[in-house]
Design a protein around this ligand. Structure first.
Ligand code: PLP
Length: 387
């Protein structure tokens, strides 16, 4: 069936009440007929719910939808996007392994690679988003995983998924893509050779700024390892959040189409503004990786980045002058959000590290929401005039 139909009609089995919409299964555990059923369930001879740390009807429904939408064999849902990133990597890596990652990645993923993984002797090397072909020179006998986000947060750069897929296959490495900015409606990395796809469901999957969540989908054998690790370490998504997220997926295509239409108009407006430069939106012809974006994405997503002329001070002034959009660190909400990474989310990084990650002092990230686009543009315009 089509994506939109799967998003709505994938449903856990109805109970005796024959409810139309999936109810919330707020239960921590499940009961068994007898000792034999218990034994068979624990030994996995019988597939059924045992304990909500590993399975729950709401979580299973959410995972099944996400797997179908991404064209994946299986999946596992997590409490947050970061628990999905951490648990996926921790489940697959051993001490002494090596990761190759794009340098432009979400700040906490960068911290994982630089501050925490070294504790377990897991090392990494970075490549720049426009230097995918350098990956091969970074591969060592210890390399196990290639990791990337596309589009990237916050710079909205685009990486060539097809090329990443070819390199990973040639060297038998596991390719993991954080698909948070695109969602499965706009881009399916598995089609291009990704083994695993990770989402922070907190963003566009929920789309309404209510709950935290994460999910990893992909190759069944790898998911099995991730499942076993997570079953024992406990980063599971709560049934309530799974219920919210599964409902949210029903409207993902319609929400996303509108988000993308609004974002493209905002990006086109910014290109006409004298105080804004280096406007980045995947579906703007001026985007450095426009052709790649067109090849692998259905639409450009909802995030636009640009640089304010005048650096960090002008960036702060702009944020203070905003009236309608929210000053917040989240993205992918119905409400438009502006963020100035250099003074907030990436404020603790050294100037050098920020520049390495493509975060210039005047960089602004706009998560374009679902308000009337003229109102969003009017707000950005009045703030840009004041700097
Ligand atoms: C690309 C990307 N990956 C992962 C995360 C982490 O997600 P969460 O905040 O749900 O832990 C974020 C959060 O902003 C993100 O933007």
């Amino acid at each position: 069936m089509h994506f939109e139909t799967e998003a709505i009609r994938t449903q856990s089995e109805r109970t005796q009440f024959q409810e139309h919409s999936t109810p919330l299964f707020l239960t921590s555990s499940y009961v068994f007929e007898d000792a034999e059923e218990m034994r068979a369930s624990f030994s996995e001879e019988k597939e059924r719910n045992i304990y909500s740390r590993f399975t729950n009807p709401n979580t299973s429904e959410f995972v099944e939808k996400m797997a179908k939408m991404e064209g994946a064999q299986a999946g596992f849902a997590f409490a947050t996007g970061m628990s999905a990133v951490f648990s996926t990597l921790a489940a697959l890596l051993n001490s002494d392994d090596h990761i190759i990652s794009a340098r432009s990645i979400f700040g906490s993923t960068h911290s994982l690679f630089t501050k925490f993984f070294p504790k377990w002797n897991i090392s990494h090397d970075y490549f720049k988003v426009d230097e995918v072909d350098k990956i091969e020179s970074l591969i060592t006998p210890k390399t196990k995983i290639i990791f990337a986000e596309t589009p990237t947060n916050p710079g909205v750069d685009v990486l060539d998924l097809e090329r990443l897929g070819e390199i990973a296959k040639k060297h038998q490495l596991i390719l993991i893509i954080d698909n948070c900015f695109a969602t499965p409606w706009l881009q399916n990395p598995i089609k291009f050779g990704a083994d695993l796809v990770i989402h922070s469901a907190t963003k566009l999957i929920d789309g309404q700024g209510r709950v935290l969540g994460g999910v990893t989908v992909g190759n069944a054998e790898l998911i099995r390892e991730i499942y076993l690790f997570s079953r024992n370490t406990g980063p599971a998504l709560s049934p309530f959040n799974a219920w919210v997220l599964s409902k949210s997926l029903e409207t993902l295509p319609v929400r996303l189409d509108k988000h993308c239409d609004n974002a493209l108009k905002v990006a086109e407006f910014l290109e006409t503004e004298p105080n804004a430069e280096n406007i980045k939106y995947p579906f703007l012809k001026s985007h450095p990786q426009y052709k790649i974006a067109k090849k692998q994405m259905k639409k450009g997503g909802n995030v636009v980045s640009f640089e304010i002329k005048g650096g960090i001070e002008a960036g702060r002034k702009f944020i203070n002058a905003i009236k309608l959009c929210s000053r917040s660190a989240n993205l992918g909400d119905t409400r438009s959000i502006v963020t100035h990474p250099a003074s907030t989310t990436h404020g603790r990084l050294s100037e050098e590290d920020r520049l390495e990650a493509g975060i210039k002092p005047g960089l602004v990230r706009v998560s374009v929401g679902l308000e009337h686009v003229d109102d969003i543009i009017a707000d950005l315009q009045q703030a840009l005039k004041l700097i």
